[in-house]
Design a protein around this ligand. Sequence first.
Ligand code: SAH
Length: 345
Amino acid sequence: MNKTDIRSMRLEQLKKMIADMRERSFRAKQLYEWMHVKHVSSFEEMTNLPKSLREKLQEMCDLTTLEIVGVQESRLDGTRKYLFRLPDGNVIESVLMRYKHGNSVCISSQAGCRMGCRFCASAIGGLVRGLTPAEMLEQVYRVGQDIGERISNVVVMGTGEPLDNYKNLISFIEMLTDENGLNIGQRSVTVSTCGLVPEIYALADHQYQITLALSLHAASQEKRLALMPVAQKYSLEETLEACNAYFKTTGRRVTYEYSLIRDVNDSLQDAQQLSALLRGKNCHVNLIPANPVKERDISPSKGHVAAAFKNELEKNGINVTIRREMGRDIDGACGQLRRRYQEER
Ligand code: SAH
């Protein structure tokens, strides 16, 4: 029989389980605190619970805990990449970025990915499975514990398509921002998607104050289609409409991510086309110098080309930044650490 994944349960669900077990109701909150504030890795450590209850829980439940199997630290900026082993043996990666305004963790939402973007290292091995809420939370908890500092920002921008793991993503957001847990502000959470349109509408309806980042990467349907298979399913027009709706429903400005790939999408004409698409929108464009991926034939745009691209957007009144590259010296692109680990086995 499958055991209950107790660290994936919201407080309400825990309360129900505790009631069904005929335990006293305040035990639910104690349990939640052990798992989501103190981040313990065993029931034994929950010392204010009666031993009999701990033993019962041990029998009924799995307490998902991720194990660090590797860490790489950038000598340039202190960025740390973590390789974690999941309870079933799969490995995933997370990245800690240290900014002046606080510590930010970039987490994976799936082991692998089935979106197939042509420039992305995570797409190469396909999808293994979506991560549970506990496995997403644990990435944040273990990184925080490892550095002994508070994590203030979380970006769901690692391996995987978060909206392709929708139900677990919602539980994750609820629990991450729950005042009884880590209590991260909704405004400090960003979810990045390649553009699953129905799920963008569904997410908007929750009215969270999180930031939606849309991976655009091209300013025409034709070009986007060549880079991102998801464009076969949802046109550029429909995708931008969904982002407009997200802004309308939540009041949160959407971020458009655009990886500058040398000689692919970085011409002045591309910049003009992008400006025409986004002009007048309350949005933010994040230009990302493409990360070279061994298996893919892509290189980042030259510095002056990127600067000219940015300039063209600014001329059109569009809010734009070139993302500062973090951890350049430690295996750039998303998914590459995981791939290397898999290849070495
Ligand atoms: N599936 C989600 C989140 C994961 S990818 C999404 O598509 O948004 C996080 C971001 O990194 C996305 O914008 C993705 O397109 C981008 N990305 C992937 N591979 C890259 C590469 N080699 N260089 C630059 N950006 C890349």
